[in-house]
Write a protein that binds this ligand. Sequence first.
Ligand SMILES: [Zn+2]
Length: 410
Amino acid sequence: MKTKPPLVPLGTLIRRELRHGNVEKPTVNHGQAALAKKGEDYFLIKPDCERIPGNPSTSFSVFAIFDGHNGISAAIFAKENLLNNILSAIPQGCAREEWLQALPRALVAGFVKTDIEFQQKGETSGTTVTFVVIDGWTITVASVGDSRCILDTQAGVVSLLTVDHRLEENVEERERVTASGGEVGRLNIFGGDGVGPLRCWPGGLCLSRSIGDTDVGEFIVPIPHVKQVKLSNSGGRLIIASDGIWDALSSDVAAQSCRGLPAELAAKLVVKEALRSRGLKDDTTCLVVDIIPYGYPVLPPTPRKKQNLLTSLILGKKFQNSMNKAPNKLSAVGVVEELFEEGSAMLAERLGKDLALNSNSGMFRCAVCQADHDDVSGTPSSQPWEGPMLCSKCRRKKDAMEGKRSSVTT
Ligand SMILES: [Zn+2]
């Protein structure tokens, strides 16, 4: 007679799963909805990119929103060029882990390169960019402006993966803009107290970072805030949307309004909810992206209670305590591993210090535009530059962003 194998306690099973899990790639489902008022919102959906072209096992997805202002050309230009500019800043032949580690720096280089190229066209519009790369369970978000990306995890915790670059709400950015030669104040029509949100002058823009805005001032920089997180293998939902949504709905309300519904329907519902609460005052675009454990048809419904069985089993009391202290700090609740976060507007701090010397030709590669140069005159010895090699064009841009001089040669 055979004896039954001993039952493995659930906690052990879950621990084992967590240790060996995250092997199978999750499924990524998306939905999109929009309502136009001015027609200046654009978006990008590329679910089938490949790190190594022709090799489907190296696939990753890209989702982005571009909310243009003072015209549409910057939003269209960024939509068409940004992805390529980012990918060309990642060293060729990287393994997956290396590629993911190189991504935050490549996002910075790609944003700045796209801004320089747009500037050279001599057009005046600008755009916010919220750019999301999903590779397996790892999510990397880069953003300038105020189009947010939120993450709704299976533990019922909603958190912000972007930072709002609005002068009204961001003291650090106000100080940076002022220190770089911009003036920050409200619109003053009647000579009395200013009206409306804080803006920077010249130009009157409410944002402190964007792509484009050549005419506004170089202190409006294209250097993105970048955050990289790794989801637990219970999955999660991203809601990426322009300010038409976020001026009407809080992150929690947006997440709650569509929980348990497939992505396509969820995006429509978020837009509808924003319209219902505020009316159509602005362009409103919403992307919903579900990262779903392999083999599940849809994202499992989020438990009503903030603490579900799985997390309480693993983290016990510690989980409860940290929930009370910092409800939106993801790492504190153990549902997400925070891998990287950096928001500095200083290029030197974002690009690292290694020189990219091409061993074949002996030439230096500019860390921003990726062009090869044999002269290093872009790095004058009188002003020691701690960062990597920049060509003279990108060096001019760097100085201009720090308020030292204009990058536009007249
Ligand atoms: Zn360059």
